[in-house]
Design a protein around this ligand. Structure first.
Ligand SMILES: [Zn+2]
Ligand SMILES: [Zn+2]
Length: 337
């Protein structure tokens, strides 16, 4: 099968003909129909995340159809392959495997599993024609979306949703970095009656207009103070300087949620900014429950995605345009038919 392969960090992906993967017991072989590009893919290519599998097939927002079901007994207690049949459309997210056995898995925090494996990072992902996955970690997908529109929901949407949930019942919600995840989750927040305050790069007037059009109560530069104190703020931009900035925009008891997997260093700030029970936290990965909840709510909103389609072989173009901010939606790769 054809795949775009990362052979070494900080080098372009290479189009390779690689052996089609074989599903073991408990796994599914999936024919990829669409795979959205995530900022995490950029961090991996740019060598900002440690120890990826190499060579690696990137991609963890995958929509595809079951092509083959692995056979044989599995040692895992919860083999789910029997729930699927050939041709079923499924979604494959970032978390590709957990041990089900560590202190985190046993306390409903599988997102923190000590031995977790990640699609398109420590196991091969969806920048190829086929992918093999553990049936326990894939999702059934809502019918009213097509494959391309669904793909960005599988990371930007789900991780965004986990970040959003961490803000509790924050009525006035700030979002720093109004990219893909922000746009998806702002739709859910507005649907649930929250007020959204959007922060973009100071010069990004177009981004601010887009946020207002989406329904944000206010939009401004990340160096602006919002007109009202916020109950919660999510930072999607990988910019550590925004943490103290967001903290200063909070009302008492407010929370800053850092929603990215990678962020530059956070500068120091006075304790007074954290005082009065303000909180800073990060969000790591997702649980299957987060994903299921989000896929349940998304079609009711309904959450709309904006995408730009690239043929699989043009993955490097998609990554480069993403890096330089030249995309008008989430890049989605489509393998040749
Ligand atoms: Zn575990
Ligand atoms: Zn992602």
């Amino acid at each position: 099968m054809r795949a775009m392969v990362l052979e070494k960090a900080r080098q372009p992906l290479v189009l390779r003909d690689v052996p089609k993967p074989k599903p073991k017991a408990g796994q599914l072989l999936v024919r990829v129909s669409a795979c959205a590009v995530c900022r995490t893919d950029l961090h991996i290519v740019d060598g900002e995340l440690p120890n990826p599998k190499l060579p690696l097939i990137l991609g963890h927002q995958i929509v595809g159809r079951v092509e083959k079901i692995g056979e044989g007994p599995t040692p895992e207690s919860a083999d789910r392959t029997s729930e699927f049949k050939i041709g079923d459309r499924i979604g494959i997210p970032w978390v590709g495997w957990t041990d089900g056995d560590c202190v985190y898995c046993r306390s409903n925090r599988e997102n923190l599993c000590d031995r977790a494996r990640f699609t398109g990072y420590t196991i091969d992902g969806g920048y190829g024609e086929f992918v093999v996955i553990d049936a326990r970690f894939c999702f059934r997908l809502p019918e009213q979306y097509n494959d391309v529109d669904l793909a960005p929901l599988l990371c930007a949407g789900m991780l965004g949703y986990r970040s959003y949930r961490k803000t509790g019942d924050a009525r006035r919600l700030g979002i720093y970095g109004f990219g893909n995840a922000a746009r998806l989750i702002a739709q859910v927040a507005l649907y649930q009656g929250r007020e959204v305050f959007a922060f973009t790069r100071p010069s990004d007037k177009a981004g601010q207009e887009a946020a207002k059009k989406l329904g944000a109560k206010w939009a401004g530069g990340s160096d602006d103070m919002p007109p009202e104190k916020l109950d919660g703020a999510i930072i999607f931009a990988p910019v550590g300087q925004l943490v103290p900035v967001a903290l200063r925009s909070l009302a008492k008891g407010g929370i800053v949620v850092c929603g990215g997997i990678h962020m530059s260093d956070i500068p120091s700030f006075p304790y007074a900014d954290l005082w009065e029970e303000r909180t800073i936290c990060s969000v790591a990965n997702l649980t299957r429950r987060d994903g299921e909840e989000f896929l349940e709510i998304a079609p009711r909103v309904p959450v709309r995605t904006e995408t730009e389609i690239f043929p699989l072989e043009e993955a490097n173009t998609a990554l480069n345009r993403f890096r330089s901010g030249q995309l008008n939606g989430t890049a989605v790769l489509m393998p040749p038919r």
